[in-house]
Design a protein around this ligand. Structure first.
Ligand SMILES: Nc1nc2c(ncn2[C@@H]2O[C@H](COP(=O)(O)OP(=O)(O)OP(=O)(O)O)[C@@H](O)[C@H]2O)c(=O)[nH]1
Ligand SMILES: [Mg+2]
Length: 326
């Protein structure tokens, strides 16, 4: 399941109270103050783990409460801090305040953290309040309370590569062929209803993430079909792949439609690198007239067949070269 939204309630720990205490030693009738400080309450911290790809684990645990700090004690001993809670989230998680809907953090680097609710500070023990006028302070500070809040987590898929194409162009089939993802595939439009992610492995240990989104149709950027709500998933990919079915009667028009919809949605996407891919080339023998149409196609494209496997390695190589900037 692809979960891209979760809401959590967080409560950080209270600070521990400072201690009021006096030294007791043999032959020292009036020892000075020695009450230590309270410990700090535990904080709740979001932390990116690039191995995660959904907010699923978080969905099932809605309330998190961090430990309180312990009280200070005699002998200037500071109380133990409450333990922090780290909530791991996938790359590309946006953290918003549920109340104001303001974006508080946009976590886009592995191991990046955001402290959502900080633990309360511990109170100072009476050892801190000794002065020339007050040798025996009989008070200490209480700890400060922790904070509470409701947060919305939103995952904008951080895929390296986004697949863009009309319904039926062969997007899901390509993803299933070059990654372990198992998206639904069928010969009718709008088979894909939600984005699918797949990890494409290459070389010995390297990989990139590919996002398959529902097909776009003309008007998608203004809300037609299914495309619009998912276009945001490709907003942050490095590369867009425009997939065009080899059997299209007017592939140039199809490319223009796809580009229009994507760039209408967000004009900054124009700056992204893109690759044009002609799909289903195993069907090409069926129609020679199709070749004539493609001869006048204005841009360079890669040929693939997800059925025969031809062209897939070359396409992956081209993608990797762009990712590594070579
Ligand atoms: N012959 C042939 N058929 C293909 C190839 N790739 C996909 N198909 C077929 O084309 C149809 C559509 O494939 P999908 O991968 O579901 O297309 P899609 O672009 O994901 O479609 P939506 O999810 O509706 O946007 C299916 O019947 C596939 O079997 C190919 O390389 N060769
Ligand atoms: Mg699909």
């Amino acid at each position: 399941m692809f979960i891209d939204y979760a809401e959590v309630e967080l409560q950080s720990g209270n600070g521990g109270a400072g201690a009021v205490s006096f030294r007791r030693e043999k032959f020292v009738p009036k020892g000075g103050p020695d009450g230590g400080n309270g410990g700090m309450g535990g904080s709740i911290i979001f932390c990116v783990d690039h191995n995660l790809h959904t907010l699923q684990d978080i969905k099932y645990k809605r309330i998190y409460k961090a430990q309180n700090g312990k009280q200070g004690s005699s002998n200037r001993k500071t109380g133990k801090d409450g333990e922090d809670i780290f909530i791991t989230v996938p790359l590309g998680t946006l953290i918003k305040s549920a109340k104001t809907k303001d974006i508080l953090a946009d976590l886009i680097q592995n191991e990046e953290t955001y402290t959502a609710t900080e633990g309360g500070k511990g109170g100072k023990g009476n050892v801190n309040f000794k002065s020339s006028t007050n040798q025996t302070p009989r008070y200490a500070q209480p700890g400060l309370p922790g904070t509470k809040g409701v947060f919305i987590l939103e995952l904008k898929v951080l895929a390296d590569v986004g697949l863009v194409g009309l319904p039926n162009a062969g997007k899901s089939t390509l993803l299933s062929r070059i990654s372990a993802a198992t998206p639904k595939i069928a010969g009718y439009p709008f088979t894909t209803l939600k984005p699918n992610l797949g990890i494409v492995k290459y070389g010995e240990f390297q990989s990139f993430v590919m996002a398959d989104i529902p097909g776009l149709i003309e008007g998608a950027s203004t809300g037609k079909g299914l495309g619009l709500q998912f276009l945001r998933h490709i907003e942050r990919t490095n590369i867009l792949l425009f997939l065009i079915d080899v059997m299209e009667e007017n592939p140039e028009k199809v490319l223009n439609t796809l580009k229009n919809e994507v760039y209408n949605f967000n004009k900054d996407l124009k700056e992204k690198k893109s690759i044009i891919v002609r799909t289903k080339t195993d069907l090409i023998q069926l129609s020679e007239s199709q070749n004539l149409i493609w001869n006048s196609f204005p841009e360079h494209y890669y040929d693939i067949s997800s059925v025969s496997g031809s062209g897939l390695k070359i396409l992956i190589k081209a993608i990797v070269e762009i990712i590594h900037g070579t």
